[in-house]
Design a protein around this ligand. Structure first.
Ligand code: GUN
Ligand code: ZN
Length: 429
């Protein structure tokens, strides 16, 4: 048994959603100390109370640094790590020019392992402790990510990306092989350690109706799996979907008619939605994943955070690496703020932090495990230095409260603001 740990700092814990009517600041409690045992959070409180309760515990003091839940990145493509920040293309050309040639390489298990390790190193350094990732069509690419996560004790959601049309030779499966390969991966990995399998049709344009039907049947047979895909990212893409599925009522219907809409369905982007789509997404308790750096970088559009939250949608936040231009959830919170400002509806620091932690965890159905610092939750946490650069420090110095002190780090911070990361209670960075 590992030694109990008491971590001192300014510990933030959500007691409610900062989007609730009581207001953002009412949703958060502050503690002096948090106690960890065997990968779980066992107590929060004053230093005196925790030291009294756990006299044998090792004590680590982070002074006035902020202790927050590890960031949860709800939509990424780890195989796009090495092509992040590729210039000048919009979605379909960007996929064909940069993404598909790179994804072709992941049939090589050695390369997949190298990139999986690189990806988890880079994101851990940014304070991300849970990701939901697409892999490539190659089962080896899924094994590589899950093996790397398992070795680190890390909670990961991922799945084999399925594509049987409109992708190059070498990057296409079939309805049957997509079903069978995914089923074998579910057998091997789903529920092992901290691993969740997500059935992963890339998006309607790269799947035939037969493939979406086969994956809908697979999800029905394995309802505890998640299902992740893309929805209404760019206007050209939506037009293309209309021409490929002339019978469908809208983009969402291409998934809905094959059983790919429900609780546990994660729809990346979801920018240009029709009223019927919004109604059905809400009724089905599906999750919408906001990818702000990607939506500006690829030129996709401005997600309607305020409207979607108000109508009761479940929303997570994500980098969408490598369509997104950063591995960092801090940078992603800044972009979410900027996109919201362009729509005239600024987000509070507490709301940004919630989206990057409990919001994303809830979108992944993991709200009882990660995304908050509370008793019984898994011990994934980040220690934030709110004065990590001279520029940030001089602004934080002027702050009148904790939110004003945090906001410069959310807007201007990067991996230098990440003092320490604990995954499953263990120091990971
Ligand atoms: N739509 C289908 N595939 C992708 C992808 O890899 N990235 C983004 N941003 N959108 C997609
Ligand atoms: Zn994506």
């Amino acid at each position: 048994m590992e030694q109990d740990l008491i971590v001192l700092g300014r510990v933030l814990s959500f007691s409610a959603s900062p989007f609730d009517a009581a207001g953002p600041e009412a949703a958060i409690d502050q503690y002096e100390a948090i106690a960890l045992r065997g990968g779980k959070i066992v107590a929060l409180g004053t230093k005196a109370a925790l030291v009294k309760a756990l006299p044998e515990a090792q004590i680590i003091d982070h002074g006035d640094k902020l202790i927050v839940p590890g960031f949860v990145d709800a939509h990424v493509h780890y195989p796009q790590t090495a092509i992040i920040a590729s210039w000048g293309k919009r979605l379909i050309d960007w996929l064909n020019t940069y993404t598909f040639p790179e994804e072709m390489r992941f049939g090589d298990a050695g390369y997949a392992a190298e990139i999986a390790a690189r990806y988890l190193d880079l994101t851990t350094a940014c304070g991300t402790t849970t990701v939901a990732s697409y892999c490539t069509i190659h089962p080896e690419s899924v094994d590589a990510l899950f093996q790397a996560a398992q070795a680190r004790g890390q909670r990961v959601v991922a799945g084999k990306t399925c594509m049987d049309r409109n992708a190059p030779e070498g990057l296409r499966d079939t309805p049957q092989s997509a079903h069978d390969d995914s089923a074998a991966l579910i057998q091997r990995w789903h529920g092992v350690d901290r691993i969740t399998y997500a059935i992963t049709p890339r998006f309607s344009p790269t799947s035939t109706p037969e493939q979406l039907d086969a994956l809908g049947a697979l999800w029905a047979a394995h309802p505890t799996c998640l299902m992740q895909t893309h929805l209404s990212e760019q206007l050209d893409e939506i037009e293309w979907v209309r021409s490929l599925y002339p019978e469908a009522r809208d983009y969402l219907d291409t998934y809905e008619q094959f059983g790919l809409l429900g609780e546990g369905a994660l729809f990346g982007h979801a920018i240009h939605l029709e009223p019927r789509e919004r109604d059905r997404l809400r009724e089905a308790r599906a999750s919408l994943i906001h990818c702000p750096t990607s939506n500006t970088f690829i030129g996709s559009g401005l997600f309607d955070m305020q409207g979607l939250i108000q109508e009761g949608q479940r929303i997570g936040l994500a980098t969408d690496t490598g369509g997104g231009s950063s591995f960092s959830m801090l940078r992603t919170m800044a972009a979410a703020y900027e996109v919201a400002q362009l729509r005239g509806t600024p987000l509070h620091a507490a709301q940004l932090l919630w989206l990057a932690t409990q919001g994303s965890a809830t979108a992944l159905g993991l709200q009882d495990k990660v995304g908050n610092l509370a008793v019984g939750m898994e011990a994934d946490l980040v220690v934030l230095d709110l004065a990590s650069t001279p520029a940030i420090a001089q602004r934080a110095n002027r702050a009148n409260d904790i939110w004003e002190a945090l906001f410069p780090t959310l807007m201007m911070g990067d991996d230098r603001a990440i003092s320490e990361v604990r995954i499953n209670g263990r120091k990971a960075h």
